[in-house]
Design a protein around this ligand. Structure first.
Ligand code: KG4
Ligand code: ZN
Length: 340
């Protein structure tokens, strides 16, 4: 007799996207996301507005995920939710919903670390797509984090290096703001970089030991450079937008690849993955494929929809925890800071 299917409802609400997903074993049946446009007006995520929007969005998003998956809520075996890291007000909404749903349906709940979720998105079934073998390295790059993670097992991970100041996504977004783009500017830098010359301008790169990253010096270098040029020519940004984007993107990617290749070489690991919102960047995806083929790596690049924040990655992590009986109880509280 075949084993019973496991159906998990995943909930993600750590920042500004409200997402719910239904996972059946390792296959995603639905992955609904309600984005919050309100933050564009403010040039960044406003925590209080984010938590209010989560409150409005969470029930319709869960409802849509269940309907789209073609299941009934009684079919769900467990609810997995993001415990942290993230914005406290946003996390509370997902956590409270999970508690109420678990209690009402009499099913277990599973507290998931958002950063572990980004890494485990690689284990979602996707039409025969290969999965990384352990141990592998994952460069996890998002709006809040930049980490090189040694993944020894689904639930055993070590952070080898991380940023000592800004995250890679912040470097993209803050640079984009200097160029006059709305928040989040990362995808716009990506778009314009495709049309520009990546060696047109040179910006400062950090010298940091080990596998850690730093992006604040780059931010200052870009700011001073732009201020100086705009004094000489008020139209400097408009006239050089594509080259500026290409040069900024090139520098951020160089900083990331310097440390990633160092870690891979030191550890002798050739299965290399990327994860997190910045892994949607086309330059990063192309470079990883190129560097990988030069260095003999097997590279793992997530599907676009599993790069930026999504509940599918929370559901797949929930499945691995479910199999190990790692459940939370009604006393669980969210954690704004939560290590892997
Ligand atoms: O993982 P994520 O959705 O949220 C966090 O957990 O932070 O990552 C969001 C970050 C933002 O900084 C956004 O600008 C960046 O990912 N991002 C990109 C691209 N798409 C999203 N950065 C560069 N190029 C992109 N195509
Ligand atoms: Zn994220």
């Amino acid at each position: 007799m075949s084993q019973k299917d496991i159906i998990i409802l995943g909930i993600e609400s750590s920042c500004d996207d409200t997402s719910a997903a239904i996972l059946k074993n390792s296959t995603i049946l639905s992955n609904e996301i309600a984005r919050q446009a309100v933050h564009e007006l403010y040039g960044g995520v406003v925590p209080e507005l984010a938590s209010r929007a989560h409150q409005q969005n969470i029930i319709p998003v869960v409802d849509a995920a269940i309907k789209k998956a073609g299941i009934k809520k009684e079919d769900i075996d467990a609810i997995a939710f993001t415990r942290g890291p993230g914005l406290m007000g946003s996390l509370i909404v997902g956590n409270s919903f999970a508690k109420a749903f678990a209690l009402g349906m009499d099913i277990p709940m599973i507290d998931v670390n958002h950063m572990v979720g980004h890494v485990l998105a690689h284990f979602i079934d996707d039409e025969g797509k290969e999965k990384p073998s352990f141990p592998f390295l994952c460069l996890t790059v998002s709006g809040g984090h930049t980490q090189i993670v040694l993944v020894e097992d689904h639930l055993t991970m070590k952070v080898l290096g991380s940023t000592i100041d800004d995250a890679a996504g912040e470097a993209f977004d803050k640079s984009a703001k200097m160029l006059g783009f709305p928040y989040p500017g990362g995808p716009l830098i990506d778009k314009h970089a495709k049309l520009g010359n990546p060696t047109a301008f040179q910006f400062a790169k950090p010298r940091i030991d080990g596998y850690n990253f730093s992006f604040s010096g780059l931010k200052t270098s870009i700011l001073y450079f732009i201020e100086k040029q705009v004094k000489l020519n008020p139209n400097f940004i408009e006239e050089n937008r594509n080259d500026l984007c290409a040069s900024i993107q090139r520098t951020i990617l160089d900083i990331l690849f310097t440390k990633l290749t160092l870690a891979a070489k030191d550890l002798g690991i050739k299965d290399i993955a990327i994860a997190g919102g910045v892994s949607a960047n086309s330059g990063l995806r192309n470079d990883l494929a190129k560097v990988g083929s030069e260095l003999g790596w097997r590279v793992f690049i997530p599907k676009f929809e599993y790069c930026t924040d999504n509940a599918a990655m929370i559901a797949i992590t929930g499945k691995f925890m479910f199999e190990k009986g790692l459940f939370a109880d009604q006393t669980i509280v969210p954690m704004a800071r939560l290590a892997i």
